[in-house]
Ligand binder design. Structure first.
Ligand code: 13P
Length: 251
């Protein structure tokens, strides 16, 4: 049973930000504020890998841990890489995969994304698969095509326990721009149709891209949206907590 099932999901992706002292202070803050975290919220925090253990010790189970990236291979001579099993060993339950920064800055293809997802699943972690169209694809009316390409082979891995899909339009990441609610609903329908055609049902759908404490409620109030994936705004513990606390304001 995955901790996120039946709850709203709040994922913090710090990317390459923070320090050891920051990770300890962030974990301690959330732990001390635990009574103010709504019951129906599942918080997942993805610090940089070197700080996972310190964060895990500080947070004492109040949030779940995710790793931002793992190797496509399971072990061996891959200098600098971290395997999914290593992430599991230090307390991770979740693994981000297919993030647009990995796809674009590190040229990770859909085949590599699938291989990483296979490793995450084999290690017993739940994958948070990120998908989304670029600005050019959006302007060319090719959003559906982009999502199809990123998702059409997912079922080749067989059953993917705990799978979560995060829709992060590339043009909305770190830009302050966000899609309309109707755009998000459309992306959710497209994604669900692609997954349903592969017999993958009830996969939680997250929205990510310039989510802040000021706009989180717009997304969380959509019935299609099971949660948010937060980058920049999650690098402030109090803002991430404020985003989670929006759950209490949704009827
Ligand atoms: P921002 O929230 O900074 O736009 O980043 C989104 C993101 O990439 C989360 O994975």
């Amino acid at each position: 049973m995955w901790p996120h099932l039946g709850r709203k999901i709040f994922v913090a992706n710090w990317k390459m930000n923070g320090s050891l002292a920051f990770a300890e202070a962030y974990g301690t803050f959330l732990y001390e504020q635990r009574a103010t975290i709504p019951q129906g919220a599942c918080a997942i925090v993805c610090p940089p890998a070197p700080y996972l253990k310190a964060f895990c010790d500080a947070i004492q189970g109040v949030a779940f841990l995710g790793i931002q990236n793992i190797a496509a291979a399971s072990k061996g001579a891959f200098t600098g890489e971290i395997s999914a099993n290593m992430a599991k060993d230090i307390g991770c339950c979740y693994g981000l995969v297919g993030h647009s920064e990995r796809r674009h800055l590190y040229r990770e293809s859909d085949a590599v994304v699938l291989e990483k997802m296979r490793r995450i699943t084999e290690a017993g972690l739940a994958p948070i698969l990120c998908v989304g169209e670029t600005e050019e694809q959006r302007e060319g009316g090719r959003m559906e095509e982009a999502l199809y390409q990123q998702l059409c082979h997912v079922s080749s891995l067989g059953c993917i326990p705990g799978l979560i899909v995060a829709y992060e339009p590339v043009w909305a990441i770190g830009t302050g721009k966000t899609p309309t609610r109707a755009n998000i609903q459309k992306a959710c329908r497209v994604i669900h149709d692609i997954l349903e055609a592969q017999e993958m049902h009830d996969v939680p759908f997250l929205y990510g891209g310039s989510v802040t404490a000021a706009n989180a409620q717009d997304f969380l109030s959509l019935k299609e949206v099971q949660g948010v994936l937060v980058g920049g705004a999650s690098v402030k513990a109090d803002e991430f907590l404020a985003i989670i606390q929006h759950l209490d304001k949704i009827s």
